[in-house]
Ligand binder design. Structure first.
Ligand code: ATP
Length: 253
């Protein structure tokens, strides 16, 4: 049925160990996601309300989606994934219905994480353009605001949103009680790139001459996705050279 188009539900298999990079970012995310679900009694004992929404922003291909999935895995939460662009492109009313329906289903199977990719498309600043499409965005945004405000009583539901354009997000969403936590997911640094290469060469047979440290030096400004691509590509180069190859060597990288 069209109502479930664009939503996928699962408990993801990705773990924190599958992500190379900033330790403090993972720690903050862990606390915000795992604690309220695993220690909800402690929160109510102290009368603290947990974070309801987290905004992840930063350049594309640097693990925002993967972090959200790892968070869901760690909390053993159902993972609902929505794409802002897809919601936006739906027929009139369909996008809002899908949004409401997703929150409803998330409540039923809580703990849940609702992940919005390309959140800026749905949560774009109001006004500004005279295009008639703006009303689509406005309606989606107001539905999202209503649903997020309704999370007060709903325990164990967290909204994670990802964007490359945080400044395009409407200020109404950034108020306390909505996206309380804003985390920047940067391009990986030297250490981050090394960890990412380690993750993505885990299942690849690499030869003893492969020097990940040197590759790290040569890949400044590479995103996580590009480093993953590099590892895959090296394997393909090795096979192209010799289809009976048993290891991937340094020159292939
Ligand atoms: P976009 O903004 O384009 O949606 P994103 O920031 O959500 O990108 P992901 O989709 O999480 O990025 O990452 C893309 C791919 O790159 C994933 O398949 C992931 O395996 C890999 N990747 C990116 N960053 C890392 C990282 N820090 N550690 C391991 N893998 C990474």
């Amino acid at each position: 049925p069209s109502i479930t188009r664009g939503v996928t539900v699962e408990i993801p298999k990705v773990t924190w160990e599958d992500i190379g990079g900033p330790k403090d970012l993972k720690k903050k995310l862990r606390q915000a996601v795992e604690w309220p679900i695993k220690h909800s009694a402690a929160f109510s004992r102290l009368g603290i309300s947990p974070v309801r929404g987290i905004l992840l922003h930063g350049p594309p291909g640097c693990s925002k989606t993967t972090l959200a999935k790892a968070a869901a895995h760690a909390a053993q939460a159902s993972f609902f994934s929505l794409s802002g662009a897809e919601l936006y492109s739906m027929y009139v009313g369909e996008g809002e219905a899908l949004l409401r329906n997703t929150f409803q289903r998330a409540r039923l199977v809580a703990p849940s994480i609702i992940f919005f990719d390309e959140a800026d498309v749905v949560a774009a600043k109001r006004g500004g353009s005279s295009s008639s499409n703006i009303t689509v965005g406005e309606r989606l945004l107001s539905t999202l605001l209503t649903e997020m405000d309704g999370l007060e009583e709903a325990k164990g539901i967290l909204v994670l949103a990802a964007t490359n354009r945080p400044h395009a997000i409407d200020a109404a969403l950034m108020r306390p009680g909505r996206f309380d936590l804003v985390l920047y997911v940067p391009l990986p640094d030297l250490e981050g790139r090394y960890e990412i290469l380690r993750v993505h060469t885990r299942n690849i047979k690499i030869g003893p001459d492969v020097d990940l440290k040197r590759i790290v030096e040569d890949t400044e400004l590479f995103t996580g996705a590009e480093l993953e691509g590099l590892c895959r590509e090296a394997g393909i180069v090795a096979l192209r050279e010799d289809i009976t190859a048993t290891v991937v060597c340094d020159r292939h990288f």
